[in-house]
Design a protein around this ligand. Structure first.
Ligand code: FPP
Length: 253
């Protein structure tokens, strides 16, 4: 009861200020969370799927327009085969189970990454759900970064630019951004990593140029509605200067 009313108050407070348009999350700490409980790592990923559901719902509720989740990195293919397989199973289960929830809340699902590497049992439902949720007006875009690496993303953008035959004078920030896997999403406002590590791990390197960064100790399986709201509130208290001075932002110069 006390928890519920604290959550409501926090949500109200967050919604009274300007909510970040685009939030991205590095969902780290699943394995350690499970190991600390004497459970297999995959138990942490499973519990982490519940956090995906809770955080997606909350982001949509407070008016975030784009939520981008680092679900499987290009480097995660190197993990033990049974862990990769278990993650693919969880992704498939998620894509099959969330259909109604995403639709009812006008959430559009898409993927960012080298998705062709995904097994057909994930790629099929991913394509189906992306197509399905694109057929109605969108309140929030949920992007799952899958087989995603930011360096890989920038390399493929460069290749596309060459293949399309752009002249050097046509290559500017817009031309590059339009060829990234995140093309069309609003500028990234807030990037949070859970699980206590303080690094970006090849995630949204280009997009994070002016994002606010947040690092929290909470492991991903324990990161739920309240934790997301606390990160947004912390973001709202920061001053974003985009290279300018505080006085300029206040209109004094
Ligand atoms: C990092 O934790 C997390 C991952 C590699 C996978 C994230 C996947 C999920 C949260 C579940 C499936 C996703 C969806 C969208 C349903 P880690 O294993 O590196 O943790 P550790 O640092 O404690 O080892």
């Amino acid at each position: 009861m006390a928890f519920e009313s604290e959550l409501l108050a926090l949500r109200r407070e967050v919604m009274e200020a300007s909510v970040p348009r685009h939030v991205a999350l590095i969902m780290d700490g699943n394995g350690r969370w499970a190991e600390a409980r004497g459970q297999p790592r995959v138990a942490g990923h499973r519990e982490g799927s519940e956090s995906v559901r809770a955080v997606t719902r909350e982001a949509r509720r407070v008016g975030v327009e784009a939520l981008t989740l680092y679900a499987f990195s290009a480097q995660n293919w190197e993990r033990p085969e049974d862990e990769v397989e278990a993650l693919m199973d969880l992704l498939r289960e998620y894509l099959l189970k969330e259909r109604a929830e995403l639709w009812d809340n006008q959430i559009r699902l898409q993927a960012a990454g080298d998705v062709e590497r995904l097994p057909e049992r994930v790629l099929g439902p991913l394509r189906e759900l992306s197509a399905h949720t694109a057929t109605q007006p969108t309140k929030m875009t949920l992007t799952l970064a899958l087989s995603y690496g930011s360096r890989e993303e920038i390399v493929q953008a460069a290749r596309r630019i060459v293949e399309e035959g752009l002249a050097a004078s046509q290559i500017d920030e817009e031309a590059v951004a339009a060829r990234l896997w995140t093309a069309g999403l609003p500028a990234l406002d807030l990037l949070v990593r859970t699980g206590g590590e303080r690094r970006i791990s090849n995630f949204l390197l280009w997009q994070a140029a002016y994002a606010e960064l947040g690092f929290v100790e909470t492991s991903w399986p324990e990161f739920r509605e309240r934790e997301l709201l606390l990160c947004v509130r912390e973001f709202q208290r920061r001053e974003r200067r985009f290279g300018k001075t505080s006085a300029q932002l206040r209109g004094e110069v």
